[in-house]
Design a protein around this ligand. Structure first.
Ligand code: ADP
Length: 572
């Protein structure tokens, strides 16, 4: 069939042919033309099918129209024929059986492809295009045909309203007018049908969507209600808007009681300020989420420790509500507290004897108690080093405990941090010599004045420098730099040791954290030094951080607000 397409006029191109062209690899029409024909025809079929009329049951309103058409045009046969992709299907017929027939050879199909609004064949026998048509030579023996196109509002021909006679005849102007008028009635009916079908489909889709939404909403609600963690929606003023069962259990209230309170009323007063500060930062978009450990007042009167995670839902620029996750961590907190209290108790008991022991070994090693034999001298030195280590451990634990209970005192005064760094370097020279390490200080600013407790900052410096020494290879240098950074003073302690393993970075400031406890233990230490140092620096409004590279070394640095930032100029 493709071969004859060279000669075929465009109007003779059927849908089936167009499909064949598109699927064939021996395309004989220019690709663009074939595709545009195919897509227009495909769209026509799509539009026809949107009427949902093909294969529908007979309907009197359509039958009335074919009856009228046949009577007005005085023909024995009339039909409303719709032209589908590969077939013609009659919605209504008069004087002939309905149903469907192949599209090929169908005269209505021809009328649709022809595209004229009315298509008339006065005598098929005298028309070379149709003289041999099987519907002409065989049943129903068509001699006369007149079909008016049924047009969709989008401009596609869906089929025809046609009248047929077994005799040749003329079609007068009145009959044409009447057939056109009747065809308009058919399109009105079809349009109504399409609208009703679209409405039905939309309604069905809405119902399905609604059911799906309800299902997912129910699933979500169930998950939310039964979550093993407290979840709440909280208004921007602090009112509980929705609370789940786990949260009610944690706080000892039932949902209704909670919904009548605010988070402020049941927050332990000492924790409220910090919480409100974070809330404000979220409302002013400085934070996207926040986490904190805080205490709530349980309805029964006791306190509940909770891990709180909060995010804020926005509607454009309007903050809508907070989503809060609240996890009961009371047990963990009690266990931590018990551990700290136990250590504090043991340390208190140890402090007096250890201080006395250290004093005694100091006296012995300094020779105050007389000259000792060489063997005894080395044993006493060993005892002295270990007494010192024990003393530091006990002090660290006690400092830690004081810090947690808020009893750590700060006596702030104006200090020159550069002088303090020099002093720390001097005090640790002896320690550095034990490790065959040298200490250098580099100051890039004169008079780096800060408001700080000199003993506590000395404690930080001593910890950072002693760590740097401990983790340096023999013969290496530890450098201390003091420099201005914006309105702050930065003190950095640089070593050229092996660096800190990456997996340890998140834990380094935690209590009792040591990267490699066996190696570290040989070097001594409690794993508390950095934790204490960071708390001290933060209490001074500063920050403590580090950078490290394997095999290159580590820099710990802390920054404190300078008293007079305008005077912070690096020395040339
Ligand atoms: P410690 O008393 O054990 O030194 P710290 O809290 O001061 O306790 O340090 C914790 C751990 O951090 C150390 O045990 C070590 O593993 C690691 N660390 C600290 N400083 C350095 C450094 N300069 N180089 C390599 N590792 C370090």
């Amino acid at each position: 069939m493709l071969g004859c397409l060279h000669a075929a006029s465009r109007t003779e191109l059927t849908y089936a042919m167009a499909v064949e062209i598109a699927e064939s690899d021996t395309v004989v029409l220019p690709e663009e033309e074939a595709v545009s024909l195919l897509s227009r025809e495909a769209r026509r079929v799509q539009v026809l099918r949107s009427y949902d009329v093909l294969d529908s049951l007979p309907e009197t309103v359509y039958d009335d129209i074919t009856l009228l058409a046949s009577q007005i045009c005085k023909t024995p046969i009339a039909s409303i024929t719709l032209v589908d992709a590969n077939r013609q299907w009659c919605k209504s017929t008069y004087g002939i059986d309905g149903g469907d027939s192949p599209r090929e050879h169908g005269l209505c199909s021809y009328a649709v492809e022809n595209g004229d609004d009315i298509f008339i064949i006065p005598d098929t026998h005298g028309d070379t295009r149709f003289a041999n048509n099987p519907y002409v030579t065989g049943d129903p023996g068509i001699r006369f045909y007149a079909g008016v196109l049924l047009m969709s509002p989008e401009g596609y021909a869906l089929g025809t309203l046609c009248v047929i006679d077994r005799e040749p005849r003329q079609f007068d102007a009145d009959q044409r007018k009447a057939l056109r008028a009747l065809s308009r009635q058919v399109t009105v009916l079809l349009e109504e049908r399409r609208n009703a079908s679209a409405l039905r489909k939309a309604h069905r889709a809405r119902k399905m969507m609604h059911a799906a939404l309800e299902r997912s909403e129910a699933l979500f609600r169930e998950a939310y209600e039964n979550a093993p963690i407290g979840i709440a929606l909280v208004s921007t003023e602090g009112h509980w808007l929705r609370v789940n069962k786990a949260l009610c259990d944690i706080l000892g209230y039932d949902a209704e009681q909670l919904l009548n309170t605010t988070f402020q009323t049941i927050t332990y007063p000492e924790d409220l300020e910090a919480d409100l500060r974070l809330v404000q930062q979220m409302l002013s978009r400085q934070l996207r989420t926040y986490q904190m450990e805080k205490r709530y007042c349980h309805r029964a009167g006791h306190l509940v420790w909770a891990q709180l995670n909060v995010s804020l839902v926005w509607d454009n620029d309007q903050p809508m509500y907070f989503v809060a996750q609240i996890q009961d961590i009371s047990e963990r907190k009690h266990a931590e507290r018990a551990k700290v209290e136990f250590l504090a108790m043991v340390s208190h008991e140890l402090r007096t004897p250890v201080t006395a022991l250290r004093g005694a070994t100091r006296l012995l090693t300094s020779g105050s108690a007389g000259e000792l034999p060489a063997k005894a001298q080395s044993l006493v030195s060993l005892a002295d080093r270990n007494a010192d280590r024990l003393h530091r451990l006990v002090s660290d634990i006690l400092d830690q405990e004081k810090m947690e209970s808020g009893a750590f005192e700060y006596r702030k005064t104006q200090i020159d941090i550069e002088q303090l760094a020099e002093q720390a370097a001097q005090e640790l020279t002896g320690y550095a010599e034990q490790y065959h390490v040298t200490i250098e200080t580099h100051c890039r600013m004169p008079q780096a004045m800060v408001d700080a407790d000199p003993d506590r900052i000395m404690q930080v410096l001593a910890n950072l420098i002693s760590n740097a020494i401990k983790f340096s290879p023999q013969g290496a240098r530890v450098e201390i730099h003091v420099e201005p950074v914006s309105d702050r003073v930065r003190v950095s302690v640089v070593d050229h040791g092996s660096g800190i393993p990456e997996e340890f970075h998140p834990h380094i400031f935690k209590k009792f954290a040591q990267a490699n406890s066996t190696a570290t233990n040989r070097k001594g230490g409690s794993g508390l030094g950095l934790n204490i140092s960071r708390s001290i620096v933060e209490q001074h409004g500063g920050t403590l951080a580090f950078r490290t590279a394997a095999g290159v070394g580590t820099t710990f640095y802390f920054e404190l607000p300078a008293i007079n930032p305008s005077r912070l100029e690096p020395t040339k």
